[in-house]
Design a protein around this ligand. Sequence first.
Ligand code: 6OG
Length: 158
Amino acid sequence: MLRKKLYTLVFLFEENNVLLGLKKRGFGYNKWNGFGGKIEQNESIVEAAVRELKEECCVAVKHENLKNVGRLEFTFEGEPIVMDVRVFSAKVFQGTPRETEEMTPKWYKYDDIPFDNMWPDDKIWFPYMLSGNLFYGKFNYRGFDTIISYDIKKFDSV
Ligand code: 6OG
């Protein structure tokens, strides 16, 4: 049986720019990604999304300004775990992104997104997020660089 672990991933948007963070440690080290992490016990998914965004780039967001944009499921060959990642966007937030021990934040124009320095799945589902289509993607990895198989669908709700 595969065990599911829930994660959050938040992207901020401002004037055709998306905020990415360069991960300074841990899982996804040296890759650009959104801001997020594991959901703690007794915490809702949205509460975790708010907390992780604050911890990782010092930006506050209100629950009602987080929009569901998609869901990603990652499996890694030989690992009995599914990473179930809930992806959110926000256009309204408080504060200026600041570097933390975990992330170096940077705004990117849609044409300049550094896909070569991101998880390989990102270039497959980012177009859905940027065009406002809810998506549900499943990716099966061998190691951390190779996607063996994947499936992605547009969704009415996640
Ligand atoms: P912490 O270990 O920092 O949470 N994450 C992924 N994001 C993308 N785009 N692709 C992947 O491909 C990912 N695997 C994990 C989920 C890890 C953070 O990294 C995201 C979390 O936001 C495999 O607590």
